[in-house]
Design a protein around this ligand. Structure first.
Ligand code: BGC
Length: 443
């Protein structure tokens, strides 16, 4: 146990930052990488708010060494990143791309050499276009391809990587990609959406099974975005809408993993949109994981008739998105415990959307983000005090990056990315986190 002020954190707690391959790497067709669904989507006119794409993004593919130095400077003991599936298996399955594997191998070695623990996500909304063209997650063949990809990654890296995340936020990415259709692949078909969600959860389980069969030491889990969904008023219609959104966004995907079945009432309610379930799916889906990764950003305020997945009421100090509510972090963890009992939890993402003002004299002033981090690290300590088995916290994100269909407009990094020079300039929040971690590492 280490202590900062009155706050106590377990020994070995992972303090980190998180990124995702598509959002930072760039090099979209270098060294044998195949196209991904987002490469295609972001090149279509009108799909990205500022008309940009992530062909270069933060150019991390070429600047990874100095980015690892930033991590070291911050003093984090962990880094969560994702492997881009089409970089290591350009066609989704079959022949691996050695150059892609080598890139991640150097990254992992670079982290370990700096004393930083890697936590690796296998799918952060980043799969090969070849698979997308054959139906993507709606096609059950993608489940087998994912298991093949997962096995390749485990074989190559599990000697050095001990913390694995199968999927990042299948709830957000599939509801928006296949339901509302505002992000890649840009399909709006709720039947396809619910079938794809079902299949991706089976794929998660298949990857966990591959990991167990590999007999490698380490832990594996899944990351879901778990937010609060609250009614705007006490009007029964608002209350019912909030309850629906809560089940749809949070529990619909987690119930089969922890309880071995979908929420029955919700399933019935879906009618024709309900997914086709094959025999054995639930047994596989509920294969035990070692932890649950939770991405927590905000509280969503739900008004009957106006709830739109992924969008929420504007908060006090957010530029985009929902209502910032630090204590909600404790509440969502308590909600998870109430529904599924005690679980090991990592906060795999937490961060603030802003449109930070450009840096002056080498420093970007982001007082709201500093306050955000202070409040949320206190919420972590409170959750631990309340008995939650919390093992780590990852700030989203190391540096400003490509924010999906919002392009480069929102900035969520601890470092300000200058997209012309690709310089990473510290924000005051980076200094705050560094100081916090320094105080934390003192005996
Ligand atoms: C995603 C990240 C994203 C972040 C901020 C999460 O939904 O995992 O990729 O950038 O939220 O929106």
């Amino acid at each position: 146990m280490t202590t900062i002020g009155n706050d106590h954190f377990p020994t070995g707690f992972l303090w980190g930052v998180a990124t995702a391959a598509f959002q930072i790497e760039g090099a979209w067709k270098e060294d044998g990488k195949g196209p991904r669904l987002w490469d295609i989507f972001s090149h279509k006119p009108g799909k990205i708010r500022d008309g940009s794409n992530a062909d270069i993004a933060c150019d991390h593919y070429h600047r990874w060494q100095s980015d690892l130095d930033l991590l070291q400077w911050l003093g984090v003991n962990a880094y969560r990143f994702s492997v881009s599936w089409p970089r290591v298996l350009p066609d989704g399955k079959g022949k691996p791309n050695q150059a892609g594997l080598d890139f991640y191998s150097r990254l992992v070695d670079g982290l370990l050499a700096r004393g930083i623990t890697p936590m690796v996500t296998l799918w952060h909304a980043d799969h090969p276009q070849t698979l997308e063209a054959r139906g993507g997650w709606a096609n059950r063949d993608t489940i087998h391809a994912f298991a093949e990809y997962a096995s390749l990654v485990f074989e190559t890296f599990a000697d050095r990587v001990k913390h694995w995340i199968t999927l990042n936020e299948p709830n957000c990415f599939l509801y928006q990609g296949l339901g509302t259709g505002n992000i890649a692949p840009g399909i709006s078909d709720w039947k396809i959406c619910y079938q794809s969600i079902h299949n991706i959860l089976v794929a998660h389980a298949a990857a966990v099974q591959c990991f167990r069969q590999s007999n490698q030491p380490g832990e594996i889990g899944i990351t879901m975005s778990v937010d609060l969904w609250e009614p705007a008023t006490l009007d029964p219609a608002d209350i019912a809408a909030a309850r629906y959104a809560d089940i749809q966004n949070n529990w619909w995907l987690l119930d089969p993993l922890f309880l071995g079945h979908y929420s029955e009432a919700f399933y019935k309610n879906l009618g024709e949109l309900a997914p086709r379930i094959e025999s054995g799916d639930f047994e596989l889906m509920s294969i035990p994981c070692d932890f649950l990764g939770v991405n927590y950003y905000w509280k969503n305020i739900v008004k009957a008739g106006s709830q739109n997945l992924g969008q929420a009421a504007k908060g006090e100090y957010t530029a985009t998105g929902g209502s910032v509510y630090p204590n909600g972090l404790v509440e969502v963890l308590q909600n998870i415990y109430q529904r599924y009992g005690r679980q090991v939890i990592y906060i795999t993402e937490n961060g603030l959307y802003e449109q930070d003002t450009p840096p002056i004299d080498g420093l970007c002033d982001d007082p709201n983000r500093v306050q955000f981090l202070k409040d949320h690290t206190q919420a972590l300590a409170e959750a631990i005090r309340q008995g939650i088995d919390l093992r780590g916290y990852f700030v989203w994100s190391l540096m400003d990056n490509f924010e999906w269909s919002e392009g480069y407009i929102p900035r969520l990094g601890l470092y300000y990315t200058d997209y012309t020079t690709f310089q990473r300039i510290p924000k005051r929040s980076a200094l705050w986190y560094r100081d916090f971690l320094f105080r934390h590492s003192k005996p």
